[in-house]
Design a protein around this ligand. Structure first.
Ligand SMILES: *Cc1c(COP(=O)(O)O)cnc(C)c1O
Length: 227
């Protein structure tokens, strides 16, 4: 059986998350999203059997193919960039984490209105200002939030961010704190922005201390990826 120690990994992750909630003092509920990219459908089944019901994929094609092969009724999260000509695929996902530009927001809104049900999405914010990552700059959040209020086809449920790889604890806290601040701006403007999707295998404990409500774990649960 693939991933034989999945139950232990999940129990350990939940324990670490609970301890981090205690240290951080935000008192939030935290959803674990198992990131199955590069792994086959067996990874999804293993996560499900260990009690994880939320699965994250960063590429649409890979995700859609995996959905075909998976029997269990998981909630699918699209955590990576989406091309504007693929917005229809959002129909297959419970939450889109990577609303990363105005033009994409326009396309998502248009599709949400077309299907007559708003798309649940998180605004991706590039808090650390890395060239290699997508998302809005923190100083663009307020004006974009005001623009998004008028869009009935998309519901902004919160913020997603990624910290720089290998960052110091200080940079991690500044990054995750910046995302928390962006979410509070969204709420001020009138969005139901209660979700903070932040924290990956290397940094999820600090993210949870800083208020993460969704953590995205790949390597921690499944081991190293082939690509
Ligand atoms: C791959 C990926 C993750 C998981 O990364 P790990 O370090 O393996 O936990 C989380 N979020 C996004 C957006 C990813 O692409």
């Amino acid at each position: 059986m693939p991933f034989p120690d999945m139950d232990e990994r999940v129990v350990e992750a939940r324990g670490r998350v609970a301890a981090a909630v205690g240290r951080g003092g935000h008192g939030q509920d935290v959803t674990l999203v198992a990131v199955t990219k590069t792994h086959g459908p067996a990874a999804v089944a293993a996560a499900w059997n260990a009690g994880i019901h939320d699965i994250g994929e960063n590429r649409v094609q890979e995700a859609l193919a995996k959905m075909e092969a998976v029997e269990v009724p998981v909630r699918w999260h699209l955590i990576g960039h989406l091309q504007r000509n693929k917005v229809r695929s959002l129909d297959q996902f419970a939450l889109f984490h990577a609303l990363d530009s105005q033009r994409l927001a326009n396309a998502v809104d248009r599709f949400g209105r077309q299907r007559e049900r708003a798309i649940d999405a998180l605004l991706q914010v590039n808090v650390a200002g890395e060239d290699t990552k997508g998302g809005l700059a923190p100083d663009e959040v307020r004006s974009e939030a005001e623009r998004l209020v008028g869009m009935s086809g998309v519901r902004i449920c919160g913020v997603m961010t990624m910290a720089p790889y290998g960052a110091s604890e200080g940079v991690l806290r500044a990054t995750f704190g910046g995302a928390r601040e962006a979410a509070s701006i969204l709420r001020e403007v009138g969005h139901p922005a209660h979700q903070l999707s932040m924290g990956m295998s290397e940094d999820f404990e600090v993210a949870v201390e800083e208020g993460a409500t969704i953590v995205r774990l790949g390597t921690y649960l499944f081991g190293a990826r082939a690509r």
